[in-house]
Design a protein around this ligand. Structure first.
Ligand code: BES
Ligand code: ZN
Ligand code: ZN
Length: 463
């Protein structure tokens, strides 16, 4: 990650090889390079050679616009040959935070599989007058987000369930989490038969990863559960070729859980927090689970399988069951669960589901404050009827083509004990988890969706 150097000097007095200056709504009046910018017909972004300044437009002075503009600016600067750049800070703590986060997340690139490593001259960003706590929070969040991005971007041949477990263990060591990894035998002992069925045709053993963070003054216990499909081929209900590409990102929910736990530990929040990651690969083979099978979940409910591509909910049903044994005050799952959620909300927005109106609203608010987009999708009893099964307790797919994000959410809801219904939330991150064309602070590839929203939620619970 690029280095942030925070000084208490005035912007004008800071020495640097280049500058980033924000323009608000194309208003060039007070700027040194006003005339040149007019000649350049400044619209969104322009570099003025004589003053070595990159000017970036903001439609409005908001944290959200600043994050996006900073990401865009730092990407432009990355291609130039300056060693450092100073950034003009606008607004207060919230805006400063967004600016630094935009820089750190916008600068990210995934180059693991490129044989020619590009050399980047730029290695330091100078900011001035920023509260040190703000800088630290931005650094922690960006590091978590970029860790999640690295993991999700890693190809399925490398990022197997065992690899996720190894990285989880390494990260735990670094930040002070405990990490317990359940292997096939331990998963069998836990009676997670639905998860095991999904995994059965894979050459890679499944892992259930259990991370724990405990502050000595913890008042509340949060449990995050993540779908960690290291690859989703669809199984016997095989995905069409075009839809299979990007399914390495089906582990985004699980990886986000690792990022969330890591950030919470480093922020030292006064909470007890658990992360449960169901790391599994969904493949085909002679021993694959089949449409028509009936599975016996850990929660005791039988599940009719009618489509092996609706595998995430099977893995999550068992992980949510395990998670409820921890007696959570809040239980939140993150998953790239349905294409239907992407159709419904678009590719930038997370779907928030659950039984508790206030809790859903609270998460929506936290997401928005954190800079993520999230909207609620409401359950109703007509949709619930669509996942009834004639031969088992519940069916893993809906009998209708419509409302697929909600019926998937209601399927998960059926595995939540009455006692925990009001504390559970399901976040469908299928849209924003993987970016095919860069937007906001996100370059191409994995975005780290869910990290900012859930850390913000945790901060709120710790207050
Ligand atoms: N992993 C997919 C959902 C997905 C789709 C994530 C597109 C990201 C982008 C999930 O396992 C899946 O395949 N869901 C099916 C459910 C269907 C069989 C009921 C889907 O959405 O088509
Ligand atoms: Zn699937
Ligand atoms: Zn999937």
């Amino acid at each position: 990650m690029i280095k942030i150097n925070n000084t208490q000097q005035e912007f004008g007095k800071v020495e640097a090889q280049s500058r980033i200056v924000f323009v608000i709504d194309k208003n060039l009046e007070a700027l040194d390079d006003k005339v040149i910018l007019e000649e350049l017909d400044f619209k969104e972004i322009s570099f003025v050679q004589s003053s070595r300044t990159l000017y970036v437009n903001l439609d409005k002075l908001t944290a959200e616009h600043l994050a996006e503009a900073s990401a865009k600016a730092i990407r432009a600067m990355r291609g130039m040959k300056y060693e450092n750049v100073k950034v003009q800070m606008l607004g207060g703590a919230k805006e400063h935070y967004a600016t630094i986060l935009g820089i750190l997340c916008g600068f990210y690139q995934f180059l693991q599989y490129k044989s020619q490593k590009q050399t980047i001259t730029l290695h330091e960003v100078l900011v001035c007058g920023v509260d040190e706590e703000v800088v630290q929070k931005a650094l922690i969040l960006a590091e978590s987000i970029n860790l999640v991005r690295d993991l999700v971007n890693t190809i399925p041949n490398d990022a197997t369930p065992a690899y996720l477990a190894q990285i989880a263990q390494e990260e735990s060591q670094k930040v002070g989490l405990t990490c317990k990894v359940l292997d096939t035998q331990a998963i069998k002992a836990e009676k997670m038969e639905a998860l095991l069925a999904v995994s059965r045709a894979s050459a890679h053993e499944p892992k259930v990863i259990h991370l724990t963070y405990k502050h000595p003054n913890a008042q509340k216990r949060l449990v995050f559960v993540g779908k960690g499909l290291t690859y989703d081929s669809g199984g016997l209900s095989l995905k069409p070729a075009d839809y299979m590409v990007t399914m390495k990102a089906d582990k985004s929910g699980g990886c986000a859980v690792l990022g969330i736990l890591s950030a919470i530990a480093r922020l030292g929040l006064p909470l007890e927090v658990h992360g449960i990651i169901g790391a599994v690969e969904n493949m085909i083979g002679g021993n694959a689970y089949k449409p028509d099978d009936v599975l016996f979940s850990r929660e005791g409910k039988s599940i009719e399988v009618r489509n092996t591509d609706a595998e995430g909910r099977l893995v999550l049903a068992d992980c949510l069951s395990y998670a409820q044994d921890l007696n959570p005050d809040y239980l939140i799952d993150l998953a790239t669960l349905t294409g239907a959620c992407v159709v419904g909300l678009g590719e930038y927005t997370t779907g928030i589901m659950g039984y508790n109106k206030e809790l859903k609203a609270q998460m929506e608010e936290c997401a928005s404050r954190s800079g993520e987009l999230a909207n609620q999708l409401h359950f109703n009893h007509h949709l619930k009827g669509l996942i009834d099964s004639k031969i088992a307790d519940i069916c893993n797919v809906s009998s209708s083509r419509y409302g697929g994000a909600i019926t998937a959410g209601m399927f998960l809801g059926a595995f939540i004990r009455e006692k925990y219904q009001d504390v559970w939330l399901h976040l469908d991150i299928a849209g924003p988890a993987f970016v095919e064309k860069e937007w906001g602070i996100n370059p191409y590839g994995a975005s780290g969706a869910g990290v900012r929203a859930c850390v913000e939620f945790a901060i709120k619970q710790g207050e």
